[in-house]
Ligand binder design. Structure first.
Ligand code: OSB
Ligand code: MG
Length: 371
């Protein structure tokens, strides 16, 4: 049975700002959910919604509203459901997959801890260390960008993804490819282009990139299908895939050849696994994306990324790529370009309660002493 649940918002400055076509992030406002079981075991989830609605419509504040008002009050006293039914209590809420995923993922962690097994095992993964990539933001000039690429290649990252936007694309990527001809490179446009930019996208097509992520609008599956039929470079969809239904449609339309799965974007581990299975059956490789998570969301992502269809390096970078100090022990560090899920039950990392308390700007609890 679920004894209680707590929702907190923490604010955490980033080590360096992260710029994409959608804007700049310097500080994260992160929602954390802590679900407490009958015998005091705790499951943790992290909301990946952004501070503003530039990536999807969800924000830290809309997720706070959905969770505190509609989802969490009904949880205390409920039986702990099998993983496949975890979404039951939130299924009636339309949309808001990021808000729902926060609870769903916390429940997976709790269930794994109550069973005494690592989360990766409950999810059906291998638990082996996964190849690690990095996503680098827009830089004001090519020299600054080239220095960044060099830095991250020398740290051992196995794939470098670069944000592009109209005006910072073809010439910039030619400079990077000329300088690092053997580096595994991809680009992410966060939906910044339309079919009218086909000529420009074709110029990128000649650079031999691993993939181009979300070139067109988040609702433009048909346009992506048309573009993919004219490009050799695989298109990877990110924002466009919000659910297993979206994935089914994208595969049917042949709108992409790669899928970026972020459990926090698609409603949690259950839907993420469904998308993984659909892609695997269709022969489409997937990889685990990131949303500038703290160590809590990162631990969830890495556990999922040990499933067999995750054939490409994920945006699951080290803690220190984002934070001066993470909010979990141990922090995430790479070894030989790979990172594994920590040993231990559930997500396998210990949230630093004192630090979290110090970073908390608001919290609300249901079913717990004092709430
Ligand atoms: O499009 O993949 C994206 C960060 C925030 C929102 C969207 C995206 C990203 C990233 C960074 O690319 C991935 C990471 O390092 O967490
Ligand atoms: Mg992306």
């Amino acid at each position: 049975m679920i004894r209680g649940v707590e929702l907190s918002e923490i604010q955490l400055p980033m080590r360096e700002e992260f710029r994409s076509g959608a804007g700049v992030r310097k500080e994260r406002r992160v929602l954390l959910v802590r679900v407490v079981g009958e015998d005091g075991e705790e499951g943790w989830g992290e909301c990946v919604a952004g501070e503003d609605p530039s990536y999807t419509y969800e924000t830290t504040d809309t997720a706070w509203e959905m969770l505190s008002r509609f989802v969490l009050p009904g949880l205390p006293g409920r039986e702990i459901l099998a993983p496949d039914e975890i979404l039951g209590p939130v299924r009636w809420v339309r949309g808001h997959p990021m808000a729902k995923a926060t609870v769903e993922m916390a429940m997976w962690d709790l269930q794994a801890k109550e069973l005494g097994v690592p989360l990766w095992e409950l999810l059906g993964g291998s638990g082996k260390a996964v190849p690690v990539g990095v996503s680098l933001g827009l830089e004001p000039d090519d020299d600054a960008l080239l220095r960044r690429v060099e830095e991250y290649l020398s740290r051992g990252y196995t794939r470098i993804k670069l944000k592009i936007a109209p005006g910072r694309d073809v010439a910039m990527m030619r400079a990077v490819c000329d300088r690092f001809p053997d580096a595994p490179l991809s680009v992410d446009a966060n939906g910044g282009y339309s079919l009218e930019d086909e000529a420009r996208l074709r110029e990128l097509d000649d650079l031999g990139l691993l993939m181009v992520e979300q070139p067109l609008g988040h609702e433009d599956l048909r346009d992506h299908a048309q573009l993919q039929s004219r490009l050799r470079t695989p298109i990877c969809l990110d924002e466009s895939i919000r659910s297993p239904g979206d994935a089914r449609l994208a595969l049917e339309l042949e709108a992409c050849r790669v899928v970026n799965i972020k459990p926090g974007r698609v409603g949690g581990h259950g839907p993420a696994r469904e998308i993984h299975d659909l892609c695997r059956a269709a022969g489409i490789p997937v990889w685990c994306g990131g949303m500038l998570e703290t160590g809590i969301g990162r631990a969830h992502n890495i556990a999922l990324a040990t499933l067999p269809g995750f054939a490409l390096p994920g945006d699951v970078s080290e803690s220190r790529r984002y934070w001066d100090r993470d909010i979990v022990h141990p922090e995430f560090e790479m070894e030989g370009g790979r990172m594994g899920p920590p040993a231990g039950a559930g997500i396998g990392v210990e949230p630093d309660r004192l630090r979290i308390a110090n970073l908390t700007v608001r919290s609300v609890a249901f079913g717990l002493p004092g709430s």
